[in-house]
Design a protein around this ligand. Structure first.
Ligand SMILES: Nc1ncnc2c1ncn2[C@@H]1O[C@H](COP(=O)(O)OP(=O)(O)O)[C@@H](O)[C@H]1O
Ligand SMILES: N[C@@H](CCC(=O)OP(=O)(O)O)C(=O)O
Length: 367
């Protein structure tokens, strides 16, 4: 078996009980299985939920809190308990773990994104096991990853993982929620996540988790786009993760064979950057960048909206709407000036073309 880089995501329901405590038996089982993966020479990055679910009891809540401040307070207690437990258990296997708490703004800011990448790479190079969670105590509703399923898929693309394993309390994706529909049928293999599947999954999950199967499908869709194959399911015992690699996992395998990985810069442009303006281009330019892999040059641009500097990211609009995003090579005033002069001078305009977006800094978005 060749060495793989694997992101393992564990949901709250697979780590805690409904009373708001860590379930040590479940957690030990995951630690044993991760140890077995590492022993087989694979690299593992753990994305672990469970901070809110492990902490709420200590704050006197009878069930998972629903208010933002309640969740954030519970997470600040629970994250400490969780990481302490992981550290102790991994230490018994001589594995050093590292805690990494991320917010969405760590991804949208290019410098912080690069720093996070460098840190995780350094940890992996030194044989440390990164344990990642969202930094719940400082994340606010509008500025979160949504849930840890999405965080785990973004992390798996970001570090160019071979595979994302999402461990949950159900053994795969069914054509209905098996908790409410006993006749629901399981999918063992999927080649893609299409819109029909979303109709079959509901957002209701366990009492301690968030997002249900819908959020896992969204996460899987993103991971596939980033060139990472996905497994969603469950299992028991120290071989459960090795079994997933062996094709014997208890869950659903999702692998789009045609998908190739996307470099980190393009991932950042496509999924994390915030656009600061719009550039409107004509049909000739649309065809040049979409079908001939060309850079976008100023003669194809007929309108600019917003103010941007060199290095900012803009939305690129074709005649039928948004076609992609790119990091610009020139500021908005230079481009606007070019367009203005071209209009004024007409056939007398002979200025050389300006590069607006280099082909390496361009990503086409799905329409
Ligand atoms: N189509 C479906 N197939 C499988 N499970 C589903 C489906 N639709 C909804 N679910 C629910 O999703 C739950 C898992 O989601 P969740 O509780 O958020 O997990 P986690 O805490 O592991 O992130 C399952 O227990 C199941 O009740
Ligand atoms: N960051 C939150 C996780 C929220 C979440 O997505 O939970 P889950 O659906 O169980 O993966 C926590 O640690 O409680």
């Amino acid at each position: 078996m060749s060495k793989e880089r694997i992101v393992v995501k564990i949901g709250s329901s697979s780590l805690t009980n409904q009373k708001g405590e860590i379930d040590h038996e479940k957690l030990n089982d995951h630690v044993d299985a991760i140890f077995a993966l590492r022993k087989a020479n694979h690299e593992v990055i753990l994305v672990s939920s469970g901070a809110v679910a492990a902490g709420f009891k200590k704050l006197g809540y009878p069930s998972r809190p629903v208010t933002l401040k309640g969740k954030q307070a519970a997470a600040s207690v629970g994250q400490g308990l969780l990481i302490q437990t992981y550290m102790e258990k991994f230490q018994a296997y001589d594995i050093t773990a590292a805690q990494i708490l991320l917010t969405r703004s760590d991804f949208s800011n290019r410098k912080r994104y690069q720093n996070a990448f460098a840190t995780i790479s350094e940890l992996l190079d030194r044989g440390i096991l990164p344990i990642i969670n969202e930094n719940d105590t400082v994340s606010v509703d509008e500025l979160t990853f949504g849930d840890n399923d999405m965080l785990s898929s973004l992390v798996s693309g970001f570090i160019h993982a071979d595979r994302l394993i999402i461990l949950t309390d159900i053994n795969g994706i069914y054509d209905g929620n098996p908790r409410t529909n006993p006749n629901a049928k399981k999918f063992y293999f999927l080649e893609d996540i299409n819109e029909d599947l979303f109709q079959l999954a509901d957002e209701n999950g366990s009492k301690v988790g968030t997002g249900g199967m819908k959020s896992k499908l969204l996460a899987a869709q993103t991971a596939l786009y980033l060139g990472v194959s996905v497994f969603i399911g469950t299992g028991f015992g120290k071989n459960k993760l090795l079994d997933v690699l062996d094709g014997k996992g208890d869950g659903t395998y999702i692998a789009n064979r045609s998908q190739t990985s996307i470099n980190t810069k393009r991932q950042w442009i496509a999924l994390h950057s915030e656009s600061t303006g719009h550039v409107y281009i004509d049909q000739g330019a649309v065809e040049a960048i979409l079908y001939h892999g060309k850079s976008l040059l100023s003669p194809g641009v007929f309108k600019v909206k917003g103010t941007f500097e060199k290095g900012d990211v803009v939305d690129v609009m074709g005649i039928n709407g948004l076609i992609g995003k790119g990091q610009v090579s020139c500021p908005s005033d230079e481009l606007s000036d070019y367009i203005e002069q071209r209009k004024e001078k007409g056939p007398e305009f002979h200025e050389p073309a300006i590069e607006v977006i280099h082909r390496d800094n361009w990503v086409q978005l799905k329409n």
